[in-house]
Structures are given as structure tokens and as C-alpha cells.
Unconditional design. Structure first.
Length: 293
């Protein structure tokens, strides 16, 4: 039981922390549109592997429609969030991730009517409140960049609604997830017309020689790895939806701003205040409540 409820969301949290940290680094070096296309496209691969492991037959038109709607929302969310990462630090943009999980948790409570223990709700509240504290920095201001990041996460939260209905109707997650990811990829692709990514990256770094080509190739490779991790996280998160624990999974993923704040400190050398450390402690306490009680 602990494996299903805690372990899978926890692994998802770790994978998405690594992926978002890599994306943050990439967004500062190359065009965010290119990052969006590569990450969304590469994320298709783990989902195809999931289908090969767990094949599903009998896809209905309603599942195709729900998955397609999810995919369009997914692609739009990627475009907006990566644009915010380009101009905003990882911690400030990360605080908006909780908006996505709030949408998911409310959906699980009031639409899916999932049952939670008496200790789960306090744990969820501690995680969300602590995550907000962990990402509030001195000089934090609501600006248009953070509004874009917030809009992206609202869209991502809504993305899970039709996707969840498709997964629950089919009693399997790989196919709806793959269909949504493909649609998301093509929505990004059509928006940016997919000109030569290699040429644009080389132009951005302004090194028109062999070394420039190697740097460009390394950046593309890093983007692909980030996309594979992002897609793998989606596969694991969808497994939680399939198992009917979307509230607990959503609350665990709400720790992502905390892990991103810590990554910002240790990887990008962003400073943390005592208030932020307090938020981290609260969030961890909430996670422990959910895990052991």
C-alpha cells in the first residue's frame, strides 16, 4: 500500500525536480521554443515504452477526444512555463506549480470524491503552505512573467481533468497519456513551424565553428534527456491516477517547489531565507503525515 500511495509519487517528484532543473539551465542558453519542442517530443518515448509493456485495445472516440483536449492544454502549458523560466529564477517560477496541484486536489476531492484519512488533509495543507513559504523571496513581486507561469500551471491542472476521465474510462493510463503527449507535441510544433533547431541554437550561442556545433549538439542532447525524464514522470504520475490516488499524488508533487528551491540553492546558488527553510520544514512534515498516518 505504501508503495502505491507514496513511493510512485515520490519517484515522480525526484524525476521532475531533475528535469525542471535541467530545463531551467537550458532555458538560459537556448530558445525556449526549441526547449519546448524537444522536451515534449522526447517525452513521447517513455509513454510508447509504457504501451509496449501494457498494451491496450479498444480505444473509443470519446477517449481520443479527451486525450486530444488534454494534449492541446499540455502543449500550451509547456510554451508558457518555459517562457517564464527564461526570465524568472527557478524558485519564483516554482511557486506557481502549487496552483496546478491545487486544481488537481480540488478535482480529486469534489469531482472524483476520493476518500482521504483525517491526517491526509492537514498534511496536504502543510505541504502547500510550506511550499509557498519555501519559494517566497525578498523582493518577490507579482509580475507579468510570474503571471505567465501561473497561467501555465492552471492550464496544466486543467489538463489532468480530461486526461483523468480518459484513464479511468479505459482503466489504463499509457494510451491516453501517449495520445495527449503527441497532441501536445504537434501543438507546439505547429505554433513554431519547427525550423532547424540546430541552426537556431548555433545562431544563439554565436559560435559558427566546430566547437559551436559540439555545444549545440550537447544542448540538444541535454534537452532530450530532460524530455525523457519529464515523460517518465508523467508515466508514473498517470499510474497514480489509474490507481485512484490522485489527491495523495497531487499533494506529494506539491513538494516540487520545495525541491526546486533546494536545487536553486545548491545548483544555481540562489540564496534561501529563514522563512524559506521554515517552509521546507513544514512541507516535509506534511509529507511525513501523509506517509506514516
Amino acid at each position: 500500500m505504501i508503495y502505491d500511495i507514496i513511493f510512485i509519487p515520490a519517484i515522480t517528484l525526484i524525476i521532475w525536480t531533475i528535469s525542471n532543473s535541467m530545463i531551467k539551465n537550458l532555458a538560459s542558453k537556448i530558445n525556449t521554443n526549441d526547449v519546448s519542442m524537444i522536451v515534449v517530443g522526447a517525452g513521447i518515448i517513455p509513454m510508447m515504452i509504457g504501451i509496449m509493456i501494457n498494451p491496450v485495445h479498444g480505444i473509443s472516440p470519446s477517449i481520443l477526444l479527451l486525450s486530444s483536449i488534454s494534449g492541446i492544454l499540455l502543449g500550451l502549458g509547456y510554451i508558457l512555463f518555459y517562457k517564464s523560466l527564461k526570465s524568472e529564477n527557478l524558485g519564483n517560477a516554482g511557486v506557481t506549480i502549487n496552483i496546478q496541484q491545487i486544481v488537481v486536489i480540488v478535482f480529486g476531492l469534489f469531482v472524483l470524491k476520493e476518500n482521504v484519512t483525517s491526517f491526509a488533509l492537514p498534511g496536504i495543507l502543510l505541504i502547500i503552505f510550506g511550499s509557498i513559504l519555501a519559494t517566497v523571496r525578498k523582493g518577490f513581486k507579482v509580475n507579468k512573467i510570474l503571471i505567465i507561469a501561473a497561467a501555465a500551471n492552471i492550464i496544466w491542472g486543467v489538463y489532468y481533468i480530461p486526461l483523468t476521465f480518459a484513464i479511468l474510462s479505459l482503466h489504463a493510463s499509457p494510451v491516453p497519456l501517449l495520445l495527449a503527449r503527441i497532441m501536445g507535441f504537434f501543438s507546439v510544433l505547429l505554433l513554431f513551424n519547427f525550423p532547424s533547431i540546430l541552426r537556431r541554437i548555433r545562431s544563439r550561442i554565436k559560435i559558427e565553428n566546430v566547437r559551436g556545433a559540439k555545444i549545440a549538439s550537447a544542448l540538444i542532447f541535454s534537452s532530450i534527456i530532460a524530455g525523457l525524464l519529464d515523460g517518465a514522470g508523467n508515466v508514473l504520475y498517470a499510474m497514480s491516477i489509474q490507481d485512484g490516488i490522485i489527491i495523495i499524488a497531487g499533494s506529494m508533487i506539491a513538494l516540487l517547489p520545495v525541491t526546486l528551491a533546494l536545487t536553486g540553492k545548491f545548483i544555481f546558488h540562489e540564496k534561501l531565507t529563514s522563512m524559506q527553510y521554515s517552509g521546507i520544514l513544514l512541507s516535509v512534515t506534511g509529507a511525513v503525515l501523509i506517509a506514516v498516518l
